[in-house]
Design a protein around this ligand. Sequence first.
Ligand SMILES: Nc1ncnc2c1ncn2[C@@H]1O[C@H](COP(=O)(O)OP(=O)(O)OP(=O)(O)O)[C@@H](O)[C@H]1O
Ligand SMILES: [Mg+2]
Length: 373
Amino acid sequence: MARPDPLRPAARTRSRTVVAQPVVDYAVEAYNLRKLYRTRAGKQAAVDGLDLRVPLGGVHGFLGPNGSGKTTTIRMLLGLIAADSGYIQIFDHEVPLALDEVIGRVGAIVEQPKFFPAFSGQKNLKLLAKAIGAPRRRVAAVLDEVGLAGRDKYRNYSLGMKQRLAIAATLLKDPDLLIFDEPTNGLDPAGIHEIRSMMRSLARRGKTVLVSSHILTEVQQIADTVTIIGRGRLLAEGDVNQILASDGHVAARVRVSDHLRATDVLTTAGFTVEPLPDRILKVALVHHKLDLAVITQLLADQGLYVSELTPIQPDLESVFLDLTAGQHLTAREERRHHPTRRPPQQRQRRGEHQQRRPERRRQPELPERGGRP
Ligand SMILES: Nc1ncnc2c1ncn2[C@@H]1O[C@H](COP(=O)(O)OP(=O)(O)OP(=O)(O)O)[C@@H](O)[C@H]1O
Ligand SMILES: [Mg+2]
């Protein structure tokens, strides 16, 4: 596969949100990756010209909605499936061509690893260490690192303990790059917290951690950099703070002389308006950047005096939702992607979810003080 020019603009990306990367060394570089699957509906691109750059050291979040191609990409990086086209390099070795030379430096969890249920965690790891040629003394070290005593039988482990043992297994070879595909899936908040702090501590020790998730909040707190994808394509990449800054203001706090009239004026002009305490309004424009001058002008034209107008910086979640709007699977695609998940109507017919549907949420209303003019 020919190596492309890394300086060329990424294919079919939304330039508004893609942040230029400073010159850094990368643990993983992938360019123009493509993978098609044959389905009944014809050929479908699971990964569609994706670029992925994971800086050396630190935690890199690989984010995208369900079915956006995260697992497919990770499987290509690890040589588990072949890409249809594109170029991959891990630690300066082209993959899959030179996979043998680099795979010893990579630890990964892509699917739930298989352990013997009747053996303890420790015995499982000893067997594994022997199989992969890792020194036996590493077993105690990695169990200590993930905070497991390792003496209980695997079958009695909680989900969080199973995941920690899986991580311990990836650490046996003391790899430089760790790739975790949705490592917190199914864990409770305490389990999620443990896995998160483990990833941070690996990064502190100089490792590179690539972690995928479809839930942004799980990655936001620990990632130094992120790649956001949708339908197999790159939507945004770079430093978390840079991505936030590139999105501009999405909302503003507005204190105005007559908040009820101001609400009418702004709503009529197409803004969404939400009351905050102290008669302050939160004003936003869905999927658009906010021009604060327009708000001032609109209100001034109606003789309304603005005493405070403060932009509200977006959080990564709102940027993620904005970027991935329209990138989610349709109900039909979702059934194909997760065939074991039953649609809610089916569950209702079986009587598992008999409670009444909650009422539709009403638009937030302003406190009734003297009524609207
Ligand atoms: N073996 C396969 N055969 C056919 N289609 C596949 C196969 N594997 C994945 N796909 C399809 O490719 C697309 C990307 O799937 P992938 O599992 O990579 O997404 P994902 O981002 O990991 O999703 P999730 O967040 O649900 O894990 C989906 O539409 C999926 O249905
Ligand atoms: Mg996946």
